[in-house]
Design a protein. Structure first.
Length: 211
């Protein structure tokens, strides 16, 4: 593995057995201030992905035709291991079948060599932005699930009644408490869950998998 990385977040991993191609792609990516790691083979990337790189690899530029582990085999391994970093395939000897197979295995795009540098940067930056948004959304959902898991049974009952669209008077009757107490419980519930209003509580409850 080579390549200078000052910040691992959103790292672009280049996997190509051609040293000239690796160096060319590194120069293009670094010109856009993108952190880069270079790999002459797929096995080396897999070794790093087993560590901290898994959470930092924002995009993979992958050559298909390589000795030992091919690009197609790497895509299969990515899928089997649950790695979801976006992969852009680059190839100078691509066939329609290999392009179709790589897409079926999760590659998000396919570029033929020689590669237009502007097109490459656009594709990579789009992939990085989409993946960052996906990771942020996943992180938000996990945080929501954590907050909802801390609710008491009584609070979960209140959530259920609010989600059903019941007014405070109806909720008071269902729970055997006063309307004022319902209002206080609702205020506490909103603060505890981070919900802005009843509609937002419904959204949060669905994201948490409660309904």
């Amino acid at each position: 593995m080579t390549g200078t990385v000052t910040n691992l977040k959103g790292t672009v991993c280049v996997v190509d057995d051609d040293p000239g191609m690796r160096r060319s792609l590194e120069m293009v990516l670094e010109s856009a201030d993108l952190p880069v790691r270079l790999y002459p083979g797929a096995d080396l990337l897999l070794e790093d992905m087993a560590g901290e790189l898994r959470d930092c690899c924002g995009c993979v530029l992958l050559d298909l035709q390589m000795p030992r582990t091919t690009g197609i085999e790497l895509l299969r391994r990515f899928r089997a291991l649950g790695y979801d970093s976006p992969v852009i395939v680059i190839s100078g000897t691509a066939t329609v079948l290999s392009a179709v197979e790589s897409m079926k295995l999760g590659a998000i795009d396919f570029l033929e060599k020689p590669i237009d540098h502007r097109t490459l940067l656009n594709k990579v930056q789009q992939a990085l932005a989409a993946y960052a948004a996906k990771r942020a959304e996943a992180s938000d959902v996990e945080a929501i699930r954590q907050r909802m898991s801390n609710l008491t049974d009584r609070e979960l009952e209140l959530v259920r009644l609010i989600v059903q669209g019941l007014a405070n008077k109806q909720i008071a009757g269902e729970m055997g408490i006063s309307i004022k107490t319902v209002a206080n419980h609702r205020a506490n519930l909103m603060a505890k869950t981070g919900a802005l209003n009843a509609a937002d509580l419904v959204r949060i409850s669905m994201l948490a998998g409660l309904y």
